[in-house]
Design a protein around this ligand. Structure first.
Ligand code: AHR
Length: 496
C-alpha cells in the first residue's frame, strides 16, 4: 500500500498545550496505595513514595495529574485527608465500595507532584458537597495571607501556598452512578456559583466544567448546552471523557473508533461555539479531555467489598490497545487549537500505563510507549498533513483511512516529528512524505512498534512489546520514503 503525505508549516492546527499530556490519579484500587504510595516498599523514599514509579512517571513526562477523582471525589471530604495522619478518619467510599484510610491526602499528593516533576489538576466535590467547601479548599491550597483555612494549612506544616492553577468542578455529574448526580440545569447553577467563589478566592485559577460522562450519555449535547448557558462566563474549559473497548474482538472496528472520537470532539466544539454565539461572547471555551483510555479487560474481576486498595480496574493492555492509544493521541493533536488539556486515565495500576506489584516489581504496559513518544516529542505546534491513502470498511464504520498521521514542529529545538499508525493487519505501507518548506531538515531517528501479535502483552516476567529503532528512511530534497510495517506505531524524527 502507498500513502502520499504532504506537510507544510502552514498546515498548523494549533499550539500544543503541554497539559495535553496529563494523566490522572484517583483514590481507587491500587492507584494511590500500592501505586504511587507504599511506605515500607524497598523502593519507597522517606515520604513513602515509590521511587520506581516516580522514575517511570518522569519518563512519561506528564505535566499535570488530575486528583483525587473521578467518581471518588463526589463523596470526598478533603478535610479528612489533611493534618495529623493518626487523627484522620477511615471512610466508606460509596463510588467503588471500598474503605478509604485517608493516610494519603492533598498535601501528600502535592509533595508527590513536586518529586514527579508534575503539577496538580485538583477536582472539588460537587456531588455530596457544594460551593462553600470548594472555595474553602482553594483558600487552604492557594491563599498566602492570614485566614482560617490558610492558617490551617500552615499549622499542617505548609507555610507556602501550593498555588494550584487548574480546578475541575466535580466529576461526571450527569452519571446516575455519581454520588449527588444532577440535572444539567442544577449542575450548571452549582458549577457557576462554585467557580465564581473559587475565582474570587484566587483570581489566577482556571476551572473546568463537567461535560457528559461520555458521548454515549443519553443527555450528551443537551447537557453541555444547558450547563454552559448558565456557567459560560465563569468557567474556562468543558470536559470530555471517553473509554473504548474491544469486547467484540473486532480489531478493525476497534482501531476505527478514532472516527467516532473525531465526531465527539467536533460536536463539543460546536456546542461551545453555539453557546458563544447565543451569548455574543468574545470568550472561547476550550476542551479538557480529562479522562481517556482503553478500558474493559478487567471489567468483571471480583474484589472484596469495603476492603482497602483492592485490585480494581487492573487492565493488562495488549498491542492493539497501544495502537489505538497512538491513534487517539494523533486525533487530539489534530484539534490542538481547542483541546488544551488531556488526562490519560489513569497513571498507575488502575487502567494505567504503569503497573506495580504491591511489595514487588513494576513494568511498562504496551500503552506506555506511544504516550511516552508523543508526550516527549510532540511539542510545539501540530501540523495536520494531507494524507492520501487507502480506506477500509468494517462492521461499525466505513471509509476508515488505514493510515493515521500527524506531525509536530518544535520551532525552538528545530525538530519535526511525524507520528503514524498503520491500521492494516496485513499490509505494510510506503509513506511518500513531501516536506514542503522544511529546508535543511533531515531524519535522525525512526522508532516503531510492530511485528507483535495483537494480543501480545507485557508482564512482570517479560516485556516483549517494546519500541525499536529502524534504519533511517530514504530522504532527498525534502522527499522522504518510509517503509512502515503492517499494524504498526511509527515515530520519525527530523532536525535541522
Ligand atoms: O477512571 C475511572 C472512572 O471512570 C472515574 O472514576 C470516572 O470519572 C469514570 O467513569
Amino acid at each position: 500500500m502507498n500513502a502520499k503525505i504532504t506537510l507544510a508549516k502552514e498546515f498548523k492546527t494549533g499550539e500544543i498545550d503541554k497539559r495535553l499530556y496529563g494523566s490522572f490519579i484517583e483514590h481507587l484500587g491500587r492507584a494511590v496505595y500500592g501505586g504511587i504510595y507504599e511506605p515500607g516498599h524497598p523502593a519507597a523514599d522517606e515520604n513513602g513514595f515509590r521511587t520506581d514509579v516516580i522514575e517511570l512517571v518522569k519518563e512519561l513526562n506528564v505535566p499535570i495529574v488530575r486528583y483525587p477523582g473521578g467518581n471518588f471525589v463526589s463523596g470526598y471530604n478533603w478535610e479528612d485527608g489533611v493534618g495529623d495522619v493518626a487523627l484522620r478518619p477511615k471512610r466508606l467510599d460509596l463510588a467503588w465500595g471500598t474503605t478509604e484510610p485517608n493516610t494519603f491526602g492533598t498535601n501528600e499528593f502535592m509533595n508527590w507532584c513536586k518529586k514527579a516533576n508534575t503539577e496538580c489538576m485538583m477536582a472539588v466535590n460537587l456531588g455530596t458537597r457544594g460551593a462553600d467547601e470548594a472555595r474553602n479548599l482553594v483558600e487552604y491550597m492557594n491563599h498566602k495571607g492570614d485566614s482560617a483555612w490558610a492558617d490551617l494549612r500552615k499549622s499542617h506544616g505548609y507555610n507556602e501556598p501550593w498555588n494550584v492553577k487548574l480546578w475541575c468542578l466535580g466529576n461526571e455529574m450527569d452519571g446516575r452512578w455519581q454520588m449527588g448526580a444532577k440535572t444539567a440545569v442544577d449542575y450548571g447553577k452549582l458549577a457557576n456559583e462554585a467557580s465564581k467563589m473559587m475565582k474570587w478566592t484566587d483570581p489566577s485559577i482556571e476551572t473546568v466544567l463537567c461535560g457528559s460522562s461520555s458521548r454515549n450519555s443519553p443527555t450528551f449535547g443537551e447537557w453541555e448546552a444547558q450547563s454552559l448557558e448558565i456557567a459560560y462566563d465563569s468557567i474556562d474549559y468543558v470536559s470530555l471523557h471517553q473509554y473504548y473497548d474491544n469486547r467484540s474482538g473486532d480489531t478493525a472496528s476497534f482501531l476505527a473508533k478514532t472516527l467516532e472520537l473525531e465526531e465527539f470532539i467536533y460536536s463539543v466544539i460546536c456546542v461551545c461555539d453555539y453557546v458563544k454565539a447565543k451569548k455574543r461572547s468574545k470568550k472561547t471555551i476550550n476542551l479538557s479531555f480529562d479522562e481517556w483510555n482503553v478500558w474493559y479487560h478487567s471489567n468483571n474481576a471480583p474484589y472484596d467489598k469495603w476492603s482497602m486498595a483492592p485490585n480494581l480496574l487492573e487492565d493488562i493492555y495488549n498491542f492493539e490497545d497501544a495502537l489505538l492509544i497512538g491513534s487517539m493521541l494523533i486525533t487530539f493533536l489534530k484539534h490542538a487549537d481547542r483541546i488544551k488539556i488531556g488526562c490519560l486515565a489513569q497513571l498507575v495500576n488502575v487502567i494505567a500505563p504503569i503497573f506495580t506489584k504491591t511489595g514487588g516489581g513494576i513494568f511498562k504496559q504496551t500503552i506506555f510507549y506511544p504516550f511516552e513518544h508523543v508526550s516527549n516529542f510532540g511539542r510545539g505546534v501540530a501540523l495536520n498533513p494531507i494524507v492520501e491513502c487507502q480506506k477500509y470498511d468494517c462492521k461499525e464504520f466505513t471509509d476508515v483511512p488505514y493510515i493515521d498521521c500527524i506531525a509536530t514542529y518544535d520551532e525552538e529545538k528545530e525538530e519535526v516529528t511525524v507520528f503514524a499508525v498503520n491500521k492494516s493487519q496485513d499490509d505494510g505501507a510506503v509513506l511518500d512524505i513531501n516536506f514542503m518548506d522544511f529546508e535543511g531538515f533531515k531524519p535522525f531517528e525512526f522508532i516503531s512498534m510492530d511485528g507483535f501479535d495483537k494480543n501480545a502483552e507485557n508482564s512482570f516476567e517479560s516485556s516483549p512489546v517494546q519500541p525499536h529503532n529502524n534504519a533511517l528512511p530514504e530522504f532527498d530534497c525534502g522527499r522522504m520514503t518510509a517503509q512502515i510495517k503492517p499494524f504498526s506505531w511509527n515515530v520519525i524524527r527530523l532536525k535541522k
